[in-house]
Write a protein that binds this ligand. Structure first.
Ligand SMILES: C[S@@+](CC[C@H](N)C(=O)[O-])C[C@H]1O[C@@H](n2cnc3c(N)ncnc32)[C@H](O)[C@@H]1O
Length: 385
């Protein structure tokens, strides 16, 4: 790569935005900076390939859901062959430089996460005036922020303000990835994802991390998907901070339990139709020794049942609801990746649910909704062109 002469100052950057929709982009590396880059690229509609022997759980989740391709191996020089754009984010300056060199040779623009000097493209970050005036400094503290189900516009103003002044952000894989992609470059990002039946940072380790960063005087945001207190283990983190005398604040979020059906046009209640809705975790099936759910009571309900973390267990749960009284033909809607550009809705019935999930290859994150309210969505769109 040609380096600027020491006698001549580098030419100013030429500011452009890249239209990456449908275009191949390669991210080399697997740590939090690679995740942050991949998150932004996916939002731009790029076809993302990540190359690296290991990746953080949030990237593994994106690969598992088919959102991106992960080549689980070291970088090799041919990797940029078909790329329009590349990001070198390995954390190893020598390797990043090699990627930048290869990119230069292939005429591919490249951002080097750790060293703007070797980048031929510089990442764009929100101008400071787009956020409320940061109030940094002061003693360390923790803010648990509910990021909402996926659409970055669904975070609260207060949550956004907390992110704007954060020094450290500890994320889950369901935290809206556009928010992660938009963090200031100097923010330390920690991936504390718990993948369904996969890799997970132990809760005690997350608690200890929050406390130790806050004690070091940092403003820590614990950014979660949805609401921190809906199957989010938020209270365990609040208690850990309280026990350590670390100031902690909770900023509620839009929960997927209500927001995701709502975005699919399904209200969880409706006057004259449903006077109750119940949100249930399906992470273990009925009859499992760890289950705390009275499925026979849920089966007897007339109202709306919303199941979270219940893709694998859907066949067993649906069978149990029918066994305890719910009609086999009760309408069901399964909504995946709600509020994001990948949102899909499948309408079915309790007795067909298992088949639908298999046939449509439904994967988490998904919520499914049982009850007459499901039919309202279809009714609302009757007559649409
Ligand atoms: C560990 S729970 C956390 C729930 C979160 N605290 C909330 O209030 O939405 C994760 C589950 O939430 C649901 N979920 C979260 N985001 C979703 C989305 N965008 N679309 C569909 N389901 C989602 C899925 O059932 C997923 O398995």
């Amino acid at each position: 790569m040609s380096t600027p002469s020491p006698l001549r100052p580098p030419a100013p950057l030429h500011p452009v935005g890249l239209r990456l929709q449908g275009r191949q982009v390669v991210v080399v590396g697997g740590g939090p900076p690679a995740y942050r880059a991949a998150a932004g690229l996916l939002d731009a509609g790029a076809v993302v390939t990540v190359v690296g022997p290991t990746v953080v759980p949030a990237l593994e989740a994106l690969a598992g859901s088919g959102a991106l391709t992960w080549h689980r191996r070291p970088y090799s020089s041919g990797d940029l062959q078909d790329a329009w754009y590349a990001v070198a984010a390995t954390g190893e300056p020598g390797l990043d430089e090699r990627v930048a060199h290869d990119a230069e040779r292939c005429r591919v623009f490249c951002t080097t996460a750790g060293d703007p000097g070797t980048s031929t493209a510089l990442p764009d970050h929100p101008a400071p005036h787009e956020h409320p005036a940061p109030q940094r400094g002061g003693p360390g503290r923790v803010v648990l922020v509910g990021g909402g189900p996926g659409d970055p516009g669904l975070i609260t103003v207060r949550g956004q303000q907390a992110l704007a002044v954060a020094d450290v952000v500890v994320v889950d894989h369901l935290a809206p990835r556009t928010l992660v992609a938009g963090l200031r470059p100097d923010v330390e990002l920690v991936d504390a994802s718990k993948l369904p039946r996969g890799r997970a940072m132990p809760q005690e380790e997350i608690n200890a991390l929050l406390v130790s960063h806050a004690r070091a005087g940092k403003h820590v945001v614990r950014l979660k998907g949805g609401d921190p207190f809906v199957f989010g283990r938020g209270m365990e983190e609040v208690l850990a901070c309280a026990a350590a005398d670390v100031p902690v604040e909770v900023v509620p979020g839009v929960t997927s339990a209500v927001g995701v059906p709502g975005t699919a046009g399904i209200p969880v209640t409706h006057r004259g139709l449903t006077h109750e809705f119940v949100v249930v975790s399906g992470h273990v099936p009925p009859g499992h020794p760890q289950s705390l759910v009275d499925w026979s009571a849920i089966g007897r309900l007339r109202g709306t049942v919303v199941v979270l973390m219940g893709v694998d267990t859907a066949p067993a749960i649906a069978a149990s609801l029918v066994e305890h009284g719910r009609k086999p033909g009760t309408p069901v809607a399964v909504v995946t990746e709600g509020t994001t550009s990948g949102q899909r809705t499948f309408r079915t019935t309790l007795d067909e649910l298992a088949d639908t999930i298999r046939r449509e290859d439904v994967r988490p994150p998904a919520v499914w909704v049982v009850g007459d309210v499901v039919d309202l969505a279809a009714e609302a769109h009757r007559g649409d062109a």
